[in-house]
Write a protein that binds this ligand. Structure first.
Ligand SMILES: C[S@@+](CC[C@H](N)C(=O)[O-])C[C@H]1O[C@@H](n2cnc3c(N)ncnc32)[C@H](O)[C@@H]1O
Length: 257
């Protein structure tokens, strides 16, 4: 995917509008994602539609999956998956709204978890004049991390390696349910965020309604964080037809070390 196209200081925004974005104003409001604006989601071509179905089947059906995985090499499946993710409205929101907001926090931003579809994020942050650090527990995705600023480590132990208050923002998206799965680990992750963020630092927590329970119910959410109500960002945002939710929180000053 070649998407670094401009030489200007401000990255081009992607084509999708914010029409299918729903803001959920109250932090603990039940997350309901009505399928109201599916027609606004761009249709993919037949190749990607069929490929998506095959990839989805390969993950859901064990026996069929074994056969399909032999037919479709891992690299091709990963590319198909990356393209599928990149086309989501939530990804456009990430790149057009979240990344500029985090880059404006005037400090170093940490992205937890990398993947093929996030490999250009360090360049996006750089164009906004911000340094991005990335980390992931899996060594094989290090190539998708920020060049020269990637760490292979368990996020749940990161506070043992990073100075308190080192980061102005943490982007913790797509990790709950993808490795940090139980509530004790998720609460620990919020605790780690509270230690590595500077006072008033921002946490963007991206999660999926079909994978995990509402993380704002975790003790650490209210112990360490408040909804980012003062910023230009919403407290919570969801996307019609998707399971992705982003929560925007700031580290309360009294809890920061
Ligand atoms: C779906 S990818 C998320 C990519 C990206 N953060 C995003 O916005 O979607 C999940 C990644 O989280 C990583 N991960 C899961 N548990 C982790 C942990 N305890 N510490 C660091 N990385 C972890 C996985 O290795 C995987 O590469």
């Amino acid at each position: 995917m070649q998407r670094h196209t401009t030489s200007t200081n401000v990255p081009k925004t992607r084509g999708k509008s914010n029409q299918n974005i729903m803001q959920v104003e109250e932090q603990n409001a039940p997350v309901e994602l009505p399928e109201t604006v599916l027609s606004e989601v761009p249709r993919r071509g037949w190749f990607w539609t069929i490929s998506d179905k095959i990839v989805a089947a390969s993950f859901k059906l064990p026996l069929v999956g074994q056969v399909l995985r032999r037919i479709f090499p891992r690299g091709l499946r990963a590319r198909i998956h990356a393209r599928r993710v990149w086309e989501l409205a939530s990804r456009a929101y990430m790149e057009n709204t979240i990344i500029p907001a985090l880059a404006a926090t005037d400090g170093i931003v940490l992205q937890v978890g990398t993947d093929r579809y996030t490999r250009h994020y360090s360049a996006l942050f750089e164009r906004y004049g911000c340094v991005l650090h990335t980390m992931d527990s899996e060594p094989e995705v290090a190539l998708f991390g920020a060049p020269g600023h990637h760490l292979t480590a368990d996020f749940l132990k990161l506070d043992e390696h990073v100075s308190p208050g080192a980061y102005s923002a943490v982007l913790l998206s797509g990790v709950f349910g993808y490795g940090i799965d139980d509530v004790i680990s998720q609460d620990r992750a919020l605790c780690v965020c509270s230690k590595i963020l500077r006072p008033g630092g921002m946490l963007v927590l991206g999660w999926n309604t079909n994978l995990v329970d509402d993380p704002l119910k975790l003790p650490g959410a209210s112990e360490f964080f408040a909804g980012a109500a003062d910023s230009d960002l919403p407290v919570r945002v969801g996307f019609a037809g998707e399971t992705t939710i982003y929560d925007f929180m700031v580290l309360m000053e009294s809890t920061a070390e």
